[in-house]
Design a protein around this ligand. Structure first.
Ligand code: GRF
Length: 208
């Protein structure tokens, strides 16, 4: 574990494909995201394809499969592991990248302002599951993606960066998802870098 105080230790949490995780790791490798050391990839599913990608990048992985545990009873395993690794909240950044469990209040409070997420809609529209499908069903003409800080709600935290994309009349959830995903891969690393450098102004009053 590095003692460089400017260096942030990064934990990435996934449940599946891991394409956003890959985008973050590539951006770190190429120096687009600076002063961050990817230390661990955490998954709640042993079959998450992203685990293999993490290994290819040489990042250690850990799986906590006991998904029947709820709330803090589950999350405490992660918090204890991060503690054991010496990853203190003051020098830690946690990026959720397609992580499909809702974090407990205790976990969010332990790592306050240190957990980021990417969501495939322009929040506060269409929070929660199936955001692209929600957008298609509603008939919006514009959707997009949002990088935000995780608070105790579901997709309600402070917005860091957004990108709007056009929704076409013949779009399906799949075609829209693919269009949005390309931008997710671009804005997530960018938002991480800007957030760590203190370059993003957070307007707290504008959030629920
Ligand atoms: C992305 O669409 C992300 O916005 C959402 O879950 C999906 C994860 O995809 N939170 P991937 O695992 O990063 O490929």
């Amino acid at each position: 574990m590095s003692e460089d105080l400017n260096l942030k230790h990064l934990a990435i949490m996934i449940s599946g494909r891991g394409s956003n995780m890959r985008a973050i790791l590539e951006a770190i490798q190429s120096g687009i995201v600076e002063n961050v050391l990817p230390e661990i990839v955490i998954s709640n599913r042993g079959d998450a394809a992203g685990l293999e990608i993490a290994k290819k990048f040489g990042v250690p992985t850990v799986v906590f499969q006991n998904n029947e545990l709820r709330g803090w009873a589950y999350d405490v395993q992660i918090a204890n592991m991060l503690d054991d690794l010496g990853m203190k909240s003051s020098s830690l950044l946690i990026c959720l990248a397609g992580y499909m469990r809702i974090l407990s209040k205790q976990f969010v409070q332990k790592y306050r302002m240190r957990i980021l997420n990417i969501h495939p809609s322009l929040l506060p529209s269409f929070p929660g599951l199936d955001a692209q499908n929600q957008a298609i069903k509603y008939g919006v003409k514009v959707s997009g993606c949002t990088v935000h800080i995780v608070d105790e709600g579901v997709d309600t935290g402070w917005i860091l960066m957004q990108k709007a994309v056009q929704v076409y009349d013949n779009d399906t959830a799949e075609t829209l998802s693919a269009r949005i995903l390309k931008w997710e891969h671009m804005i997530y690393p960018k938002a991480i870098n800007s957030y760590l450098k203190g370059k993003i102004k957070i307007n707290r009053e504008k959030t629920a």
